[in-house]
Design a protein around this ligand. Structure first.
Ligand SMILES: [Zn+2]
Length: 387
């Protein structure tokens, strides 16, 4: 048994001062204040000083990092990405596909399913790696008008038959699917995916308000990179953004790099979605953690200058890391660390249906991070490894 202590712990629903966290066999056995009781005898005690314990961060939208792209799906690329993520406090993530020819998507889904199943059996030794917990499929069911960099020739109208092919290739590991609700056939596919437990997310969409509402009624319960690749909000034409920002049951995510949306819009988003429904994502690419240069996202080549990714002039994902997003939001909104952590821990875990993740409580796997009071990452612990 190992006893960890620090200055504070964010569960993140509540704060415990002078926390005592007991970890055994990679599982949290106790979470309480050390002021209440003595440390049990025989424990190895590690004191993290003025550090703060928080659940490991969860990123539900990752295309790549550290020079690698998830569409390749090979074990070596994923290991490189996962080591990089662990350094940035991410302990669980959803590799995210980009629109590609159907056969490439099917191959990627199969490789990612293998990686997810292998990660479940993995023993955490010396090297810390974030774990893939499921797949986010972004495309091909996206709007031509709001496709961003998703290749126009590979976009498809949604059909249950095509969804079924993706589902089978992924062996049921699809946890999130981004879809434009205005496409013909979308409501049926939204209903079917939801029925199978997939979190259907509205995005890359030019839908008007009513059509977006119809997508939510069909089963969609989230929205992908709110404001980006969406019909703009207008006071007489609220569109998809009007639906996303006013529905208190719908969660939504945003890229808080200060570039994809203005800091004031991040504040507006947080006010609209509130503490329960806001999620931070990175939409990170192979260029994340790398110098400027030429990289690939799916089948596309993109140029990265001053950390900004563009393919044929259009923004193509980001070079953001999730720990940086948390610190950005503290700065953009003058909020404290506790408030900024929830959209990067518990909320994404709920969106992706990851039970026992994003929350520090008795009985869950010891996936946690030790942060400085300013939100800098000091240590990452995955299933008790890394202490
Ligand atoms: Zn993306």
């Amino acid at each position: 048994m190992i006893a960890l202590t620090a200055a504070a712990l964010f569960t993140p629903l509540e704060q415990i001062k002078q926390p005592l966290l007991l970890v055994e066999d990679g599982v949290i056995r106790e979470v309480r204040s050390r002021m209440a009781n003595e440390i049990p005898k025989g424990c190895r005690v590690i004191d993290f000083g003025d550090g703060i314990f928080a659940p490991g961060l969860i990123d539900i939208h990752i295309h790549g990092a550290a020079g690698r792209d998830v569409m390749k799906g090979d074990p070596d690329s994923l290991a490189t990405i996962e080591r990089f993520l662990a350094k940035h406090a991410v302990t669980s993530y959803l590799p995210t596909t980009i629109t590609a020819p159907v056969n490439s998507t099917l191959a990627a889904l199969e490789s990612l399913a293998n990686a997810i199943e292998a990660a479940g059996k993995r023993k955490d030794g010396g090297e810390l790696r974030a774990r893939p917990r499921g797949i986010h499929i972004e495309g091909p069911f996206l709007s031509h008008a709001r496709r961003g960099v998703h290749p126009t020739e590979n976009l498809l109208p949604p059909t249950i038959k095509m969804f079924e092919r993706f589902w089978e290739a992924a062996r049921g590991h699809i946890r999130i699917m981004t879809i434009a609700p205005e496409l013909p056939g979308a409501p049926d596919v939204i209903a079917e995916a939801s029925r199978r437990g997939v979190c259907v997310s509205l995005g890359h969409s030019d839908a008007d308000f009513q059509t977006s509402r119809a997508g939510i009624i069909a089963g969609a319960r989230h929205a992908t990179h709110t404001f980006n690749a969406m019909r703009p909000l207008r006071h007489r034409d609220p569109g998809i953004l009007g639906a996303v920002l006013t529905d208190s049951n719908l969660s939504a995510d945003i890229i808080a790099d200060g570039l994809h949306v203005d800091p004031a819009i991040v504040q507006l988003f947080l006010q609209a979605k509130g503490p329960d429904q806001a999620v931070f994502i990175t939409d990170s690419t192979a260029a994340t953690g790398m110098p400027d240069g030429i990289y690939r996202i799916g089948t596309l080549e993109m140029e990265v200058k001053h950390g900004v990714c563009r393919a044929r002039g259009t923004l193509a994902g980001s070079t953001l890391t999730l720990d940086q997003a948390v610190r950005n939001v503290m700065k953009f909104t003058h909020s404290d660390l506790e408030k900024a952590l929830r959209p990067a821990t518990l909320n994404p875990a709920r969106v992706a249906g990851l039970a026992g993740k994003g929350l520090l409580e008795v009985g869950v796997e010891a996936d946690l991070v030790i942060l400085s009071p300013e939100g800098e990452v000091r240590n990452t612990i995955i299933r008790g490894a890394g202490i």
